[in-house]
Design a protein around this ligand. Structure first.
Ligand code: SF4
Ligand code: SF4
Length: 366
């Protein structure tokens, strides 16, 4: 499974990184049947696939990841099921020893036959994307038909043993949907996983309009504290500045320390949200994965160092770590400044706690 809450990671990992990633996220293609408003990889039905790794190349990369002792591959895109030969690639990964394969999907191509194949394979975990508990709420963000596609897939998955999560990107427009989406996940036997809207891909253009308000961030902090069954990956540690009990889960950025990203053309980056040229660590068409992980200057001199700058004197720094480098860099071009969604002033005005963060409104119609 991907990035669970309640994981214990040492300080050594926090600074230096692991000898191999726990999870490698792999965007196989930017081709997708949908065109979500905030898509982090700017994927669409028309996306250029000419530079995508071929199936033969992808199999070779899987072998490299196995040799490097990567624990888990998390396939995404775009929509990974549109990648030609994807099922063959999954089987190849299993034959190389991967017993834990995660797939992020919008559910559109999860036919009964394919679900049966995946269930028979075993060791497959699905993350299905949903951004609202109703058709109108979800489709306003993910496009017409998205809600029906994903809930139809969830119906077909209902009686299977395939472990699944519902991925929900928390934003200004759907903050009020948290409780309803949590209930919906429960009805379909899925665990809810909440992530943060970030200015990456098409998320850049909508970020100012859809980023959660400070009140919504306070509400989310309170809400997550009350729902320990909800997964969050590594995206909300900046909310620890609200004080009180730290949110369970990772308390810092895992990019280049315990995870990294492979782009469709084989480029390697610290994570899915840091795909800018200055963070490119290498390319798997010409370089070996283990060598990139071990020796990339951008991994070693930027992402594996303790954050520097204004945040280091902040009283909330130990819990917050300065926030998400990807968001900082995308919005300002800098890494030595507080997260643009820093909540420290809001926390101070609340007396150091998120008590009172009980209102997800205002709902933004924009
Ligand atoms: S840069 Fe941000 S999105 Fe990427 S792993 Fe770090 S915290 Fe997560
Ligand atoms: S100033 Fe930096 S460390 Fe302090 S809460 Fe804000 S982002 Fe976190």
């Amino acid at each position: 499974m991907p990035l669970f809450r309640n994981s214990a990671i040492s300080e050594a990992t926090r600074v230096g990184g692991l000898s191999a990633p726990i999870t490698v996220t792999w965007e196989l293609t930017n081709r997708c049947n949908l065109r979500c408003t905030h898509c982090l990889s700017d994927s669409s039905p028309e996306a250029d696939t000419r530079h995508d790794l071929s199936l033969a190349e992808a199999k070779g990369v899987v072998e490299q990841l196995a040799a490097a002792r990567v624990f888990q591959i998390h396939f995404g895109g775009g929509e990974p099921f549109v990648y030609r030969g994807f099922m063959e690639l999954l089987r190849h990964a299993q034959s190389c020893g991967f017993c834990c394969l995660c797939i992020s999907t919008n559910g559109a191509l999860l036919s009964e036959k394919r679900i049966a194949e995946l269930e028979a394979m075993g060791g497959i975990y699905l993350q299905l994307s949903i951004d609202g508990a109703t058709e109108s709420a979800c489709d306003a963000i993910r496009g017409a038909g998205a809600f029906r596609m994903v809930t139809s897939a969830l119906e077909r998955l209902r009686d299977t043993r395939i472990v699944r999560t519902l991925n929900f990107v928390y934003c200004r427009r759907n903050a009020h949907e948290l409780d309803a989406v949590h209930r919906l996940a429960g009805r379909y036997g899925a665990t809810l996983r909440v992530t943060r809207l970030k200015p990456s891909g098409r998320g850049v253009a909508v970020y100012e309009r859809l980023r959660p308000t400070q009140g919504q961030l306070a509400y989310l902090h309170t809400w997550l504290g009350r729902h320990e069954d909800v997964l969050t990956a590594d995206t909300f540690f900046h909310l620890n500045a609200f004080g009180g009990k730290p949110l369970p889960g990772f308390q810092y950025c895992g990019a280049a320390r315990m995870t990294c990203l492979i782009a469709p053309n084989g480029d390697v980056f610290p994570c899915a949200f840091t795909q800018s040229a200055i963070f490119r660590a290498g390319n798997l068409r010409t370089q070996d994965f283990a060598g990139i992980w071990r020796e990339s200057p951008v991994f070693n001199t930027v992402f594996r160092q303790r954050p520097q700058g204004a945040c280091t004197t902040c009283p909330a720094f130990e819990g917050c770590g300065g926030g998400c480098p990807a968001v900082k860099h995308a919005l300002t071009g800098r890494l030595d400044i507080p997260d643009p969604d820093c909540v420290i002033e809001t926390a101070r005005s609340m007396g150091g706690s998120a008590m009172g963060g009980d209102d997800p409104a205002p709902l933004c119609a924009g």
